[in-house]
Design a binder for this molecule. Structure first.
Ligand code: FAD
Length: 174
């Protein structure tokens, strides 16, 4: 990994969210796709959108590959860092920001585990249906990126049918 990129990354982000250690790289280097392992060169675990944007912007500027990582339950290798670079794990952004019972809407961060969201709305007598059979480990961000379906999709539709708005970071970091 380019030293200039690492220096820029370290000066832009708090040290506790940048991990170059072998344990983190191996841990975030696989999903449920066969026995494949593609560790990133560095794991970044942002806590807010600004930190995601700063990471993606630096990757664009330095031409470093960046791969978002959710719950790593994917079966199609999407979260594998096949080109190395940055593994951008959203697992720290796991807040349920708001449950709007009157309008039947929720606002969540992307790293919320799907089962956690289901349980939170169930406690208010509501139901969030999409379950790609991995609800205990997968995240809403991963569900969206894969447009996950699962057994309930026949009756309730797939993840995209349940999305009203998204705040997104584009590949240039904007
Ligand atoms: C036992 C089992 C059964 C399954 N059954 C089904 C099924 O019935 N239907 C189905 O659709 N899937 C199924 N899956 C696949 C998988 O669970 C889903 O695709 C799930 O949506 C992946 O979510 P994740 O958080 O684990 O994402 P990950 O595997 O971590 O990532 C998946 C993709 O999403 C991207 N991504 C993750 N988070 C973000 C983010 N915040 N922003 C942008 N991109 C992001 C990653 O880069 C990657 O490309 C199953 C998996 C298992 C292990």
């Amino acid at each position: 990994m380019h030293e200039a990129f690492l220096t820029a990354l370290r000066s832009a982000l708090p040290p506790e969210i940048v991990d170059l250690g072998t344990e983190a790289r191996v841990n975030y280097g696989h999903d449920e796709t066969e026995d494949l392992s593609y560790p990133p060169d560095v794991v970044v675990r942002p806590r807010n959108t600004a930190e995601v944007a700063a990471t993606v912007r630096l990757c664009a500027e330095h031409e470093i590959p960046v791969t978002p990582i959710g719950g790593r339950t994917g079966l199609s290798g999407g979260a594998l860092c096949v080109h190395g670079g940055v593994g951008l794990s959203l697992d720290r952004m796991n807040a349920i920001v708001d449950i709007d019972e009157r309008n039947l809407q929720v606002t969540v961060e992307p790293g919320v585990i799907t089962q956690v969201l289901m349980d939170a709305v169930a406690a208010k007598g509501l139901y969030y249906p999409p379950d790609p059979s991995s609800k205990g480990s997968c995240t809403i961000g991963g569900n969206l990126a894969e447009n996950a379906g699962g057994p309930r999709a026949v009756k309730y539709g797939v993840t995209r049918d349940w999305v009203l708005n998204m705040e997104v970071v584009l590949p240039d970091g904007s």
